[in-house]
Design a protein around this ligand. Structure first.
Ligand code: MSP
Length: 639
């Protein structure tokens, strides 16, 4: 198949983007880049899911209209992706008029064919999930996700006749082993289907919910969230007549996490079947990231913000860690310590050292010019390098085609380490000592830099910036970037005589505080009376970004007597670690208006990343927070 279409879930706009959203979207970006390297025409879709009660509630809390609120959060997702080097072809919003039109058309089509009917229903409804639960699905009478007792609601609604398609779906899934991957999730869907499938309630009366798409056949109702959301995958490509739809739909790959397996593995194929649309090609399901062994949640305060990590470690290291650490399909644990460990060992040590020592040698022995690769007869070691390169490319390709990202990177790192060993064994510094071995030295160094070209090429899907920097240093013209997979399989593409750039450190080693971070001065530690500082200009003072912030949440930091961990709204949410625990109780701070330095370099205190500093005054051992004498919007700048 010479085309590749990849989608991510469209994310709800009731919460800011976090690690989990970033993971699915990075996967899609990695695949998109990889398939382009394989010479395929690709299309990459992501976006936001904007209708439903949850958005109305979140908007109300902020005193905003649902649309203004959706604009804001959708904007955060859209702005985050380029920061993580994610380049999508289309960012869809379910509030887009073109999407709404498709939803209405498909609903009408299914309604006309008789698979949507009107009926009274009484059932257990979970407001958190925005859906009815059957008795069987509840755990101890509670919603398994929200652990709350659902409310019993009686209501007339529209229903989608899913039960009619149950046998068809079982056969369809069994006939195509690759339809739902990995296999455990296929089995999970088949297990759901062993029980009778209930019809799906697809509407909400407008008396209860207005923030949705009006049913084309009854304007007293809006569609239920899943019918609206799932259709994004076809509306974004211009279903039914759009060129993109015709071109890409047959090769679509959906990427989701296990939380939304049922809607994607059951509702979605049945909706497509009922609407007479070809069934999607593959559903690829990954596990969940937990953080420090706990489920990520706002209330636990352990939500990982991708941008904060990017600021410290760079987008490439973040992407590498996620792809290398998680086994696709299984849950994984995120900890910054694990990221730092991989950063130092895999990136700074194995890859970074290989790159810098290789370039340094070419500069030292050949003035930075790529030597002749056939200057001397090949040894067995040289032949091994070439065959290992091909083997690595094959393994890498197979692993990425099969969504086994960690294996692709393991194969690549095995090659990196083989080249490191090759350098140790061939010892170019010894060869350099004897004029008679100059030709052999040429061959060895050629093999090393040619291997680096292949390594850079294979790194590209996961670490596009690193790959580009390596490519530039190896004299690969920017219009030859990214290299195609075919370019990589042809040994000898790096021309002898090419001038290489001076070496660079790709990944400076870091400690847990991040590279070269200083702990910010703890709040309360300002100098006492009489301690004066040098005079500065107004311009220098203006480089300090002072902002009004409101404290949303405060808690003590375990094992610290001085530190409190605060969540503040400074126009955007931030975590601040402040040394004020001896003067303030956490509960005294909630809702307080404070002043923060917003552009202080993030730093870690007791393992928590602090992205700002609160202004305080210290008087006789008591710490006083700086505040304003009247309310001001969070995020307002101080001048
Ligand atoms: N709006 C629906 C999806 C509709 S798709 C037609 C939705 N949105 S969501 O914002 O809740 O996003 C869920 C998805 O975010 C998961 O399927 C996964 O892709 C990603 N993740 C959210 N939390 C995650 C983890 N903790 N770990 C890994 N990915 C998770 O459901």
């Amino acid at each position: 198949m010479n085309r590749f279409y990849v989608t991510t879930p469209i994310y709800y706009v009731n919460a800011r983007p976090h690690l989990g959203h970033a993971y699915s979207t990075i996967i899609a970006d990695v695949l998109n880049r990889f398939h382009r390297m394989c010479g395929r025409e690709t299309f990459f879709l992501t976006g936001t899911d904007e209708h439903g009660d949850k958005v109305v509630l979140a908007a109300r809390e902020e005193g905003m209209s649902p649309l203004a609120y959706a604009d804001r959060i959708s904007g955060l997702f859209k702005a985050l992706w380029p920061e993580l080097d994610i380049e999508c072809d289309c960012f869809i919003r379910t509030t887009d008029p073109a999407h709404i039109k498709v939803v209405k058309e498909v609903l009408q089509k299914i309604y006309d064919s008789g698979d949507i009917y009107f009926s009274e229903y009484e059932g257990a409804y979970c407001f958190g999930c925005e859906r009815f639960y059957t008795e069987r699905e509840l755990v101890d009478g509670k919603c398994p996700d929200h652990k709350t007792v659902p409310e019993v609601i009686r209501e007339a609604n529209y229903f989608f006749r899913m039960s009619k398609y149950q046998d068809w779906l079982i056969d369809y899934i069994q006939a195509d082993p690759d339809f739902i991957r990995p296999e455990r999730y296929k089995n999970e869907v088949l297990a759901f289907l062993r029980e009778p499938l209930e019809d799906l309630c697809i509407s909400r009366p407008k008396a209860r919910l207005q923030w949705g798409i009006t049913l084309p056949f009854d304007d007293g109702y809006v569609t239920y969230v899943w019918f609206d959301a799932l259709l994004n995958y076809i509306s974004a490509t211009g279903y039914p007549d759009g060129e993109l739809f015709k071109k890409f739909w047959p090769s679509v790959h959906h990427v989701i996490a296990k939380d939304i397996l049922k809607p994607h593995g059951i509702y979605w194929p049945i909706i497509l079947k009922a609407a007479g649309i070809p069934i999607y090609r593959h559903l690829n399901v990954h596990g969940y990231w937990n953080v420090d062994e706990a489920k990520m949640s706002k209330s636990l305060g352990n939500v990982v913000e991708p941008l904060e990590l990017k600021k410290i470690y760079g987008a490439d290291a973040f992407r590498y860690f996620l792809m290398r650490e998680m086994v696709f399909g299984l849950d994984s644990n995120f900890s910054e310590a694990a990221l730092v460990q991989r950063y130092n060992s895999d990136l700074a040590n194995d890859l970074g050292n290989l790159f810098s020592r290789s370039l340094t040698m070419v500069h030292k022995y050949f003035d930075g010019v790529v030597p002749e690769g056939s200057a001397a007869p090949e040894s067995q070691l040289d032949r091994d390098i070439k065959s290992e390169a091909l083997k690595t490319i094959r393994e890498y390709q197979d692993a990425l085609e099969g969504f086994v990202f960690h294996k692709a990177l393991m194969a690549l790192w095995q090659f990196i380490n083989q080249i490191n060993k090759y350098i140790d064994v061939t010892a170019p510094w010894e060869l350099f000592k004897k004029e008679s071995q100059r030709n052999q030295l040429q061959v060895v160094l050629y093999n090393i830099v040619e291997s680096l070209r292949i390594i850079a090429g294979l790194l590209y899907p996961v670490m596009p910036t690193t790959a580009r920097v390596m490519g530039e240093h190896l004299g690969i013209a920017s219009d030859k970037y990214p290299q195609t997979l075919e370019d990589l399989t042809i040994w000898g593409k790096l021309r002898p005589g090419t001038q290489l750039l001076k070496t660079t450190t790709l990944f400076p080693r870091v400690d847990l505080g991040g590279p070269a971070t200083r702990a910010p001065r703890e709040a309360g530690a300002v100098e006492g009376p009489g301690g004066s500082k040098p005079e500065i200009s107004k311009e220098t003072f203006e480089t300090v970004d002072l902002r009004v912030a409101k404290v949303l949440h405060a808690e003590s930091v375990p094992r610290s007597q001085k530190l409190l961990r605060l969540k503040v709204d400074a126009g955007e949410e931030r975590t601040i670690v402040a040394g004020i625990a001896e003067s303030y109780q956490p509960e005294d701070l909630i809702g307080k208006q404070v002043v923060i330095v917003a552009n202080l370099k993030p730093a870690k205190l007791m393992g928590i990343l602090s992205t700002g500093m609160m202004l305080t005054a210290q008087d006789k051992g008591v710490c006083r927070l700086v505040s304003l004498d009247g309310p001001a919007e969070p995020g307002t700048r101080l001048t």
